[in-house]
Ligand binder design. Sequence first.
Ligand code: IMP
Ligand code: MG
Length: 181
Amino acid sequence: MENPIKKVLVSEEEINKRVAEMAKEISDEYRGKDLIVVGILKGAVIFLSELVKQIEFPVFMDFMAVSSYGKSSISTGEVRIIKDLDFSVEGKDILIVEDIIDTGLTLNYLKDILGKRGAKSVKICTLLDKPDRRTVGVNIDFLGFEIPDEFVVGYGLDFDEKYRNFPFVGALKEEVYNILD
Ligand code: IMP
Ligand code: MG
């Protein structure tokens, strides 16, 4: 197969170093609390796995899978929950772990809904942020890397379900994603 990557934006070494730093930041923030780490499937799985191994106390792990509604309702930012949490969030400290924040709609919705379910706190941890694409404000509490407005894959992120297992974050060649147009 021809190499689908135009450019590596964040190398494996850079990610490993930053994930370790983020785990330390999270450990300092939540020490002594019962923390539920909520991963958003599937993109956050690799990041979450590396992150939680380096948190310095036991945490609970749970997962949600979501999908955006059709383009027509994109402005409402409503997302459909495909798989909900196993745990109740009531009175709990929640850290949502996501692969990338793009428009911000997904995270804005999830933060809102977990707050309404009575979580004590809801914070956001994302590996990547594409601020150029934001349509709704999202406060990011723990951020790995800010990246330019390019479609990226690897370290959990996919294009058409492919390339999630690449150990770096790379921009996809235009000719790879244009074939679906
Ligand atoms: P948003 O912030 O609601 O627009 O959506 C974020 C979601 O869009 C992420 O969880 C990814 O699944 C997906 N996404 C956004 N940008 C990219 C990208 O560059 N590569 C792969 N997936 C992306
Ligand atoms: Mg995703």
